[in-house]
Design a protein around this ligand. Structure first.
Ligand code: ADP
Ligand code: ZN
Length: 736
């Protein structure tokens, strides 16, 4: 063999961020040393693509390749290798979600510029000596330089520190007082200090016990999952901070997954108070340059803690040792484009591959997580009391059949009286309605025509401030018409039902002196404005807040003592077995906004079905009873998590085409006694952005290898043609 050296060319497998089923072979140029995990640039057709050298675990049925026929790796990036656990994670996610590994890898390669090292900054180092002419400004600069001799400065940094302009610095440079040096790029965030805030906050006894449990688990340094299940305001954040401190002490990196990262300013402040430095952020809105720096410094291990959206699971952590999933029940963790995955579930997988702890925190855990806690797969750490003087609000239903709102209005006098009382005491009231805009439906009083989106199966929602009808699914907007587009009658259009804008109108009439704030995700000014409004509310600068589900999440409003849910039945109407859980979670979170600073508070639920088990469970505050019942129902019906569901979503621009393909696909399904196939049925949203959608549901036992089944089915079934697309959703949110 020795003799062949120099003739024999090495071949590597490279995974490209494209929807291919496998890694591709490339030859390695002489002198380039490659190992799995190396980031490389390879040619593909006319393109050059940043990719990763992959380990080929099972090569037995691969045909031998002639290296001379292969194209060659063009470049190896000067970047730390993608760690082995990250590579195994990508393989695992690809297999579980039935999506090509390259599609999953694409989520890793989200900052191409970060593959090259950060460029150092141009710096100046003082050589000593004085300029010819000593002005005041120059003297100040010399003073600053004298304070830390030998330190390298950027030109603007030095000017800033001395309180002068950069021209003063330039003048000194001309006189030869500095040498040019390179300053290493600064860290995105300074290192967190696990002992920093220890004296600041004294954990109560519940917290101490829970924190000790978490810390002990983290210190086992092996895979385990903990459900941190504590009522709103019980102080879960402080508890999992202790787990983070333990992981940092071990020298590990930590990932905190948050559902609504853009709105977590207060979270970042609390983190900084405990660890003296904020975590590095990661979500779709961060500026490209910062994005590259965070990615790079996560790969080098310089960034120790990331707080991010679901996509941060795919960051190239060098040495990850703990994941916290806060609000683990939140649907924002489910990604439903490109490939479908639930970041909560994948976080547990990532922890098992990396052999460390995963903490799932929630006041209203998902049914799945409660079942796992019951069965002992997850440790169950419960916190049933609110922290300090805070007590949970008294919850009551308002039976709208007995206490209806006035004609054409939406608020029962029982609710408005309670609001009046709170506002009268100088406290705050919150009205929750999960509907943006003015009215969810506009119809013609003459012919009954309903205004619908022509791209989606959805009503157009009137937005009166903008004078528009909008589709909340595709963003289509049109001016509010004066005449019916069906019968042409003028001025006979009516708004049906309330949105938050319409509620604001009603509240404004009832409380003319109150300061009213409407919070909804489409408000003018976006996230920045929302942050300002939230801070103002926390400071007591508003009396009545009207909001969509944005207000449900994690905010602390100390003066909030009255929460009204305008339509508690809203989420229960669509018949999906998952709806009960969603409603319970959302309404518990909303009513949990009340009374967080101590004293009496009240949560009122307007409903036409006060006896509905979900509404009754929320009103009685009996969480355990709710979970018991819901879990029993799922078990009886054989629904997840007691079975497995995979949805195949077949879509096309033509309805017949979509339906035919769905039927053909079903007909081609491999026969199996262990598989129940349902559908094709129109998807819950049957038309979205101009594409008609049908669903096939695969229902199996948990033990069945449904991924292999679906993979071989798709491989031998009818191929996607024309506009037809087939998407695979393992563990779909909707059970319909
Ligand atoms: P949860 O996430 O369980 O709803 P939080 O962690 O947001 O609860 O805590 C609720 C509030 O109580 C926060 O304002 C937090 O700062 C405060 N808090 C929690 N624990 C303590 C403590 N030990 N000492 C003082 N304040 C605390
Ligand atoms: Zn639409």
């Amino acid at each position: 063999m020795e003799l062949d050296l120099g003739i024999e060319q090495e071949v590597v497998q490279v995974l490209l961020p494209i929807p291919a089923a496998k890694a591709y072979s490339y030859s390695v140029p002489k002198g380039m040393n490659l190992a799995p995990g190396d980031f490389v640039q390879v040619p593909l057709g006319p393109r050059k693509i940043a990719s990763v050298v992959w380990d080929v675990l099972d090569d037995t049925d691969a045909k031998p390749v002639d290296p001379n026929k292969l194209r060659s790796v063009e470049q190896k990036f000067d970047c730390p290798r993608l760690a082995e656990p990250v590579r195994r994670f990508i393989d695992w996610v690809s297999n579980y979600t039935v999506s090509p590994p390259g599609m999953v890898l694409r989520s890793v390669l989200r900052a191409p510029g970060a593959l090259d090292p950060e460029t150092p900054l141009a710096g100046l180092r003082y050589l000593g000596g004085e300029p010819e002419r000593l002005t005041d400004a120059r003297r100040r600069v010399l003073e600053i330089l004298g304070e830390q001799p030998g330190l390298a400065w950027t030109r603007s940094g030095l000017a800033h520190a001395a309180g002068t302009g950069t021209s003063v610095i330039d003048g000194l440079v001309k006189q030869g007082l500095f040498e040019n040096v390179l300053i290493p790029p600064p860290p995105v965030v300074v290192q967190p200090d696990p002992t920093h805030g220890l004296d600041g906050i004294a954990l109560n006894s519940d917290q101490t016990e829970a924190a000790a449990h978490l810390v002990a688990k983290v210190n086992e340094r092996s895979f385990n999952t903990i459900l941190l299940d504590g009522v709103t305001g019980s102080g879960k954040t402080e508890v999992y901070f202790e787990a983070i401190a333990a992981a940092l002490e071990q020298g590990k990196q930590v990932l905190i997954l948050l559902p609504e990262i853009a709105l977590t300013a207060t979270f970042l402040d609390r983190f900084e108070a405990r660890f003296s430095a904020p975590p590095a952020p990661w979500h779709s809105d961060i500026a490209p340059k910062l994005r590259e720096r965070v990615w790079r410094q996560v790969a080098t291990g310089q960034v120790r803690v990331v707080a991010g959206a679901r996509s941060s699971l795919f960051l190239p952590f060098e040495n990850l040792g703990l994941i916290i999933v806060d609000e683990e029940h939140d649907t924002a963790f489910k990604q439903e484009d490109r490939f479908f995955y639930n970041a909560r579930d994948m976080a547990v997988v990532r922890a098992s591959i990396g052999d460390f702890t995963c903490v799932l925190a929630s006041a209203t855990p998902s049914i799945e997580s409660r079942v796992n806690a019951q069965s002992g797969r997850y440790a169950h750490v419960e916190m049933k009391q609110r922290h300090g003087a805070a007590v949970l609000p008294n919850l009551e239903t308002i039976d709208l059949r007995k206490d209806p709102p006035p004609r054409g209005k939406f608020l029962s006098p029982v609710l408005t009286d309670a609001m009046q009382a709170a506002v009268g005491r100088g406290e705050q009231a919150l009205l929750f309605l999960n509907r943006r805009g003015y009215a969810p439906l506009t119809l013609c009083r003459v012919c009954g025509f309903r205004f619908e989106c022509h791209n989606c199966s959805a009503w157009l929602v009137e937005h009166r401030f903008r004078n528009q009808l909008q589709c909340h699914h595709c963003g289509h907007a049109e001016p509010v018409p004066e005449a019916c587009s069906n019968c042409g009658t003028l001025d006979h259009l009516v708004a049906c039902g309330p949105g938050v804008e319409r509620l604001a109108e009603e509240v404004d009439e009832l409380f003319p002196d109150a300061r009213i704030v409407v919070l909804s995700s489409d408000m003018f000014g976006g996230v920045a404005r929302l942050r300002i409004e939230l801070e103002a509310i926390a400071k007591g600068e508003a009396d009545i807040i009207i909001g969509t589900q944005l207000v449900a999440k994690g905010h602390n409003f100390p003066l909030m003592t009255c929460v009204g849910v305008v339509d508690a039945d809203l989420g229960l109407a669509n018949g999906d077995p998952r709806a009960a859980e969603r409603t319970f979670q959302l309404l518990s979170q909303v009513t949990g906004r009340a009374g967080r600073a101590g004293g009496e508070s009240i949560g009122l639920l307007q409903t036409y079905a006060p006896d509905h088990p979900v509404i009754a469970a929320i009103a009685s505050g009996d969480r355990d009873a709710f979970y018991e019942r819901e879990i029993a129902l799922r078990q009886q019906a054989g629904l997840p998590p007691f079975s497995r569901l995979v949805a195949l979503i077949i879509s096309a621009t033509d309805k017949r085409e979509a339906q035919n393909h769905a039927q053909n696909l079903k007909n081609s399904a491999p026969k199996s006694a262990e598989v129940m196939l349902l559908g094709p049925a129109e998807a819950p949203m049957s038309l979205v952005r101009g594409r008609f959608r049908f669903r096939l549901l695969v229902h199996t036992q948990r033990s069945f290898d449904v991924q292999s089944y679906v993979r071989s089915w798709i491989a031998q079934g009818p191929k996607e043609r024309g506009s037809v697309r087939v998407q695979i959703d393992v563990d779909p949110q909707s059970f319909l």
